[in-house]
Structure formats: structure tokens, C-alpha cells
Design a protein around this ligand. Structure first.
Ligand SMILES: NC(=O)c1ccc[n+]([C@@H]2O[C@H](COP(=O)([O-])OP(=O)(O)OC[C@H]3O[C@@H](n4cnc5c(N)ncnc54)[C@H](OP(=O)(O)O)[C@@H]3O)[C@@H](O)[C@H]2O)c1
Length: 336
């Protein structure tokens, strides 16, 4: 399903292309599930970002169907999830200058097959469905690094998550709860609030209510860690909720890239602000280990066939969405 014109809505076309051939250190994965991320929308609304047509999609899970000549540890038939970061060496704190993300400019997972480095495929958590496996990679990895590498959360850490219904935030909530953290969230509707309580949040407030910060304070006192991806008004509102020496982790700006805050809220409170994006191979393995050791499953909002990618793209921006929008490429589209 190729992006053929940038825009909002974007133009996608279902095109027949040659099967990908693996290079010596590559594998081809026949996809069982893929998932949308805000990044896909960012690409289709960024004219000129890359050459068209291109296949978007950073998230994927499936079965290895071809293996390059010098790949030692992967076999045809292996069931895998795909590590979507490009240009990040194993164990490194930061990516290389070649940092990128699967799915534009390189072809991604909104397809029947994708070609990736053999180092990018990992055994999928067998207790997850294909849809849950495909929903995991990008959002799970971002959430894992934000919480554990940046926020250094452990059992009992008091955490505030803003905009808990988003694709990444549902993973933040589930990973933090599974680690024994004490979690408060903000969200946009009472229906989503109920679902956050079901996922283990101790306190849920509506960011649409005036004075939601006071409600967080009443429920939690101060928190040790805030994780925010909304930016804009959410950033200065959440910063004072941190304890002295607390950590503010930022990984997105859905609400707007610019904000204004009182710098004394940082230096006079000994607080840190840490930025993060994606994560490295070691963090992806740790995410998979955390999933394998837990019982929670990724929250799936909806599942679409590959040919219904335009409808899935609309769903991504729907205010009712809660969790991940999944594509099942193996649900064969009708061909003329
Ligand atoms: N840096 C990285 O590596 C990385 C990786 C993934 C995502 N991101 C970024 O992180 C952000 C979230 O990504 P996503 O895919 O999870 O996006 P998303 O699902 O589209 O997130 C949108 C969310 O924003 C929340 N929101 C709306 N108004 C808000 C407000 N006033 N205050 C707080 N939250 C509000 C909503 O939360 P409710 O549903 O609870 O109302 C909504 O679900 C995006 O900006 C994305 O680009 C960055």
C-alpha cells in the first residue's frame, strides 16, 4: 500500500510490486500485522520528506520467509517482531548519525512483505496475538526507554503520564504498572478515564477540567517522574507537579512544538528535563523480556485490512481512539 501523494488526507494506492529479495545480511518478513504511529501521519503531512511512492509503516510482526546468505541466527519460519530503529548500535546510549526509522524513506510494513536487516528481527512474545505483536515495536520501545532508561522508574516510583489514551501512553501505563509504579494519568474523556483505571492507574484526571493539576496533587502529592508527549500547554502544567529533583521526560509535541515555562521550576527545584526518541537494540530486548515476564497485552483500538489503510489513517486521529490502530496485511485484499 504505497503513499503516492502527500497531504491530509494522504493518497495511498494498492500496487503490485516485486517481492523483496534479501541482501546477504538481510531477511524478508511476511507480515501478519503492522500498526500505525503518529510518525506515519507526520510523514504523509510533510511534502518532500522522501521520494514517492513509498511504503510507510514502522511496526510489524510476521514470519521470516527468506534469509540472506550470511545470516547465522535467523531461519525461514521464525515468528518475529521487527525492531524499527535504524542506526543505533547495540548497547549505545545514543543513536549514530545514521539514525532513522523503518517506513520512509526506506519501505516499511504496510505491505505483505518487508526486507530488513537480520539484526532487526527478534522472537515475538508467543503469548501475544499477531495483532498485539505488531502493535508493540515503536510505541513499546519508546515507552520502555522513556520510563526505565530516562525515568529510572522502579517499584513505588510515582509517575504522571499525560494524554494516556495515545498509542505510546497505553504502553507507558501498562509497563509502569507492571513494574510496580504508582501511576496517575491525564486523559480526555470519562470513558478513557475508566479504561485507564482498568489498566491499573491509581489516579485519573481529565485534562479538560480546569484545575486538573490540583486533583493530581491531592491524589499523589508530588510525583517523581512525568512523561509527556503533548508538549504545548501540557508541559508547563505538569512540570510543577514534580517533586524536588524529579525528572520530566519528553518525547513528543502532539499539541504544539512551542511552550513557555518558568525556568525556576527547573533550577530552583533541582529538576531534570530529559528528551528521548525510540531506543536501541538492548532496550528493545529488555522490552520483549518485560512483556514475556508480564501478563498485560497491548491495547488494540481497531484492526483494518491492508487495503483499508485510508480508513485506518483517519482512525489514528479520531478523538475516540484508545490504543493502537492495527493493519493485518495477510487479510488478502480483493484484486481486480
Ligand atoms: N520521539 C519518539 O520516538 C516518539 C515515538 C512515538 C511517538 N512520538 C510522539 O509522541 C506523541 C504521541 O504519539 P502517539 O502515537 O502515542 O500519538 P497519538 O496516539 O496520536 O496521541 C495523541 C494523544 O494526545 C492526547 N492529548 C490530546 N489533548 C491533550 C492535552 N490537552 N493534554 C495532554 N494530552 C492530550 C490524547 O490523549 P487522550 O487519548 O488520553 O485524550 C491523544 O490520545 C506524538 O507527538 C508522536 O509524534 C514520539
Amino acid at each position: 500500500m504505497q503513499l503516492t501523494e502527500f497531504g491530509d488526507p494522504p493518497v495511498f494506492a494498492l500496487n503490485e510490486v516485486p517481492d523483496p529479495e534479501p541482501g546477504p545480511a538481510e531477511v524478508v518478513v511476511t507480515l501478519k500485522a503492522a500498526a500505525l504511529n503518529r510518525r506515519d501521519k507526520w510523514v504523509w503531512t510533510s511534502p518532500g520528506y522522501c521520494e514517492l511512492p513509498v511504503t510507510l509503516g514502522s511496526d510489524g510482526a510476521g514470519v521470516v520467509s527468506a534469509v540472506g546468505g550470511s545470516v547465522p541466527n535467523v531461519s525461514v519460519g521464525d515468528e518475529v517482531v521487527i525492531f524499527p530503529t535504524l542506526g543505533w548500535e547495540d548497547g549505545a546510549d545514543l543513536p549514530t548519525d545514521d539514525f532513522d526509522i523503518l517506513g520512509a524513506p526506506s519501505d516499511g510494513t504496510f505491505a505483505e512483505q518487508v526486507r530488513v536487516s537480520s539484526a532487526s528481527v527478534h522472537p515475538r512474545p508467543s503469548r501475544l496475538s499477531w495483532a498485539e505483536s505488531g502493535a508493540l515495536p515503536l510505541a513499546g520501545l519508546t515507552a520502555y526507554r522513556a520510563l526505565f532508561t530516562c525515568g529510572r522508574i522502579t517499584s513505588g516510583t510515582r509517575v504522571l503520564l499525560t494524554g494516556a489514551g495515545s498509542g505510546v501512553a497505553t504502553f507507558l501505563l501498562q509497563l509502569a504498572v507492571a513494574a510496580g509504579a504508582d501511576v496517575a494519568v491525564t486523559t480526555g474523556s470519562s470513558d478513557k478515564a475508566r479504561r485507564c483505571l482498568d489498566l491499573g492507574a491509581r489516579a485519573v484526571v481529565l485534562y479538560t477540567d480546569d484545575g486538573w493539576q490540583e486533583e493530581v496533587r491531592r491524589a499523589m502529592g508530588h510525583v517523581d517522574v512525568v512523561v509527556d508527549s503533548y508538549g504545548a500547554e501540557s508541559f508547563p502544567a505538569a512540570l510543577p507537579l514534580l517533586r524536588r529533583g524529579g525528572t520530566f521526560v519528553s518525547f513528543g509535541d502532539t499539541g504544539g512544538a512551542s511552550t513557555t515555562f518558568d525556568v525556576a521550576e527547573v533550577y530552583w527545584q533541582w529538576r531534570s528535563i530529559l528528551g528521548t526518541s525510540m531506543g536501541g537494540p538492548h532496550e528493545f530486548r529488555a522490552l520483549l523480556a518485560a512483556v514475556n515476564a508480564s501478563s498485560w497485552v497491548p491495547v488494540i483500538d481497531s484492526v483494518f485490512r491492508l487495503e483499508d489503510l485510508p480508513a485506518a489513517s483517519e482512525r489514528l486521529s479520531s478523538p475516540e481512539r484508545f490504543g493502537k490502530v492495527v493493519i493485518e496485511p495477510s487479510a488478502k485484499p480483493a484484486r481486480a
